[in-house]
Ligand binder design. Sequence first.
Ligand code: TXA
Ligand code: MG
Length: 316
Amino acid sequence: MTTSIGTDVAQAAHLLKQGAVVAIPTETVYGLAADTFNEEAVLTIFSVKQRPAFDPLIVHVRDREQLDRVAQVPAEAEALIARFWPGPLTLVLPKRPAVPDLVTSGLDTVAVRMPAHPMTRALLNALDTPLAAPSANPFGYVSPTTAQHVMDQLGGRIPYILDGGACTVGVESTILGRDAKGRWVLYRPGGIAVESLEALVGEVHAASQAAKPQAPGMLESHYAPRKPVHVGDVPALLRRFAGRAVGVISFRHEHHAHRCEVLSPEGDLAAAARHLFAVLRELDTSDCQVIVAERFPEEGLGRAINDRLRRAAAGR
Ligand code: TXA
Ligand code: MG
């Protein structure tokens, strides 16, 4: 199959209506999209990604009507929706029967979000169904934040990549669900800071091991480059790997190493998040033997950065 990259929303809509899988830009990362209600198309997502069927997908809706078609919305979710949608917040809500079990891996909940990227909003407007989409990377690897990243790994396996430029958030959405007692639970830190959520809905609880569904987004080893990744005190790690070609990922400061990528000299965690995955990919394909990253401040988007780095370091 020949894969083309372009900015033709009508072309992407046409292919999706025919049951094809198309890569789409979102503000967080690129997604691998199919019509939510076309089970054969959704199956293709799993095979293109080599994703296990027990890992549920996120449903991307354009408006309230589509949200109500796929999920039951509890009153407690309204404030979050009003404040953070469209945007990088995914809500795990009771599912409607119309959503195929394949999309939710048989769970009685569905993960939903309303993306903010203007091109994907235009695409959703050109379609009549919400789009089921995981991140557009092979299972377990770093998520793509440019159309070229998608091409590098999935070229030849999908017909079209809708090019919306570099993602402005750069890490995946924050995933929030509710436990049996109706308390908000964080399944994945992401593009919306937990502090902002708590300012609106009060305490957000950590997902307990028991409450965790079988969801590889939460697997210890995920978001992982091929090269070994170590997270911690950079000078100490540089001493430990003396004599090897080390690629350093640093928040603000240069380090003397084979390669050093500074994510945000100004110390802006949102800017650091925006660059994180591109830098991980770059170091992974460079001549570095080891990737070393510092630990980021555990606040705001720093939590999502630390989460992804920790999972990347868990190796495979
Ligand atoms: O920013 C994002 O969320 C991107 C863009 C494309 O929207 N998507 C994304 O999808 O990161 P993916 O498939 O890589 O991660 C989705 C994760 C799953 O791995 C799982 O952890 C969680 O969402 N998930 C989906 N449905 C769920 C459910 N019913 N209950 C709990 N977690 C769920
Ligand atoms: Mg993913």
